[in-house]
Design a protein around this ligand. Structure first.
Ligand code: ATP
Ligand code: MG
Length: 377
């Protein structure tokens, strides 16, 4: 796939203002992330890592202000000049706001923080919490998945499986593109791309897609949704179909992540902290983001859990066509996963480059200290 700059930040300046002072937290940050790349952002506590992530995501607190610079994501400029709407509007005319992100947040680019797992609802099973956002914001996707599976032509499906059996993978790819819509394609790919299944299992699962037909009553309800949602008994059937599809989709994501799908029906208290983080990642990935920012705040630092999570993210990168921004204090940890490392000190980038170069030959004094401090421990 061609390399493309997904995130490009130039000379970004952000200040925090209070009634008494004004502190420059990001002092002209340059940053970039390419397709399928993992970039590690490293710096000590308070160096501005989270502020940078929040600026990208358009989630800065009210007292923070983007003073200058540019952010482009997927080639589009994100920042616009803020305009005061009235005498009580606290915005000042010289500030920039990250308006562009509103359409991309949670979809093109998303963020998972370590404490996010603590916001999981203890009363809801994790499967539901993985597909919840799809249910509320993209119900149509669930419907289309159900409908297009229902309409699958078994002959075409077995032709596709024959190509796989003949190991004609180019032919199979072409056939996949030409004969299936995106909703079926995502279901087929979620089988093909799994490493834990044998070829035989994969073929059987693909053929099984053509055997999950709706009955005529369910079909009626699906195609007359607005009517069905007004009739109590009907709306319950519709809801059940949507939920089942949600669990199915969540299971596909977990399978692709190499995780056990039996956790779908478990509750958060039944899972380890590391698994809960993986669940958070799954709930982010379900919306097909291209970029994930993983911010590890100092307070919840558990080196082993962090290692596992970074490892998982890096492993699934290819399956989900992701690019990653990993944020941490530990530069040696980051260097194991990142292609490039960007070092931030006191709101400014002091060093950036190839991960192994930086770790073996840090040129900056601050970076040298980061490397030394970690190795000593
Ligand atoms: N809401 C806020 N209001 C005022 N100052 C803030 C606010 N949030 C952060 N800061 C300040 O901005 C600076 C950078 O903080 P930030 O959280 O971005 O650092 P960090 O690199 O993520 O640190 P950590 O490694 O501890 O997570 C700090 O000096 C912090 O005190
Ligand atoms: Mg932070």
């Amino acid at each position: 796939m061609e390399k493309k700059e997904l995130v490009k930040v130039k000379n970004l300046k952000v200040v925090f203002e209070s009634r008494f002072d004004r502190r420059e937290i990001l002092r002209g940050v340059d940053f970039s992330l390419n397709t399928n790349e993992t970039v590690g952002l490293v710096g000590v506590n308070g160096s501005g890592k989270s502020t940078f992530a929040m600026t990208l995501m358009g989630l800065l607190p009210k007292n923070a202000k983007i003073v200058s610079g540019s952010i482009s994501i997927d080639g589009m400029d994100m920042l616009v000049k803020s305009v005061k709407r009235g005498p009580y509007d606290r915005k000042s005319d010289d500030a920039l706001i990250n308006k562009g992100i509103e359409k991309l947040r949670g979809r093109f680019i998303t963020m998972v923080t370590q404490e996010a797992a603590s916001y999981l609802d203890p009363l809801l099973n994790v499967g539901y919490q993985i597909f919840e956002s799809v249910l509320f914001h993209d119900e149509d996707r669930l419907i289309k998945r159900i409908e297009s599976r229902d309409a699958l032509n078994n002959d075409i499906l077995s032709k596709y499986v024959k190509l796989l059996t003949a190991k004609d993978y180019n032919g199979a790819d072409k056939f996949l593109d030409e004969n299936f819509n995106i909703y079926v394609k995502e279901q087929i790919l979620s089988i093909i791309r799994r490493d834990d299944l044998t070829d035989e299992d994969k073929k059987n699962l693909i053929l099984a897609l053509g055997r999950t037909r709706l009955n005529s009553f369910q079909r009626f309800i699906i195609s007359n949704r607005s009517l069905a949602s007004k009739i109590p008994g009907f709306s319950r059937i519709l809801k059940r179909l949507l939920y089942e599809e949600g669990y199915r989709l969540a299971g596909e994501i977990l399978g692709l992540m190499g995780l056990d799908t039996s956790i779908l029906r478990m509750f958060p208290n039944q899972l380890s902290g590391g698994m809960l983080q993986a669940v958070m990642v799954a709930s982010a990935i379900i919306n097909n983001p291209r970029v994930i920012i993983m911010d590890e705040p100092a307070s919840s630092l558990d080196p082993i859990a962090q290692y596992r999570l970074f490892n998982l993210l890096n492993k699934i990168k290819k399956n989900f066509d992701l690019s990653l921004i990993l944020i941490a204090h530990d530069i040696t940890l980051l260097s194991r996963f990142a292609d490039r490392i960007v070092v931030i000190e006191d709101g400014a980038i002091v060093e950036a480059g190839d991960a192994s170069d930086i770790i073996n030959n840090p040129s900056n004094e601050y970076t040298k200290n980061l490397v030394r401090s970690v190795i000593k421990i």
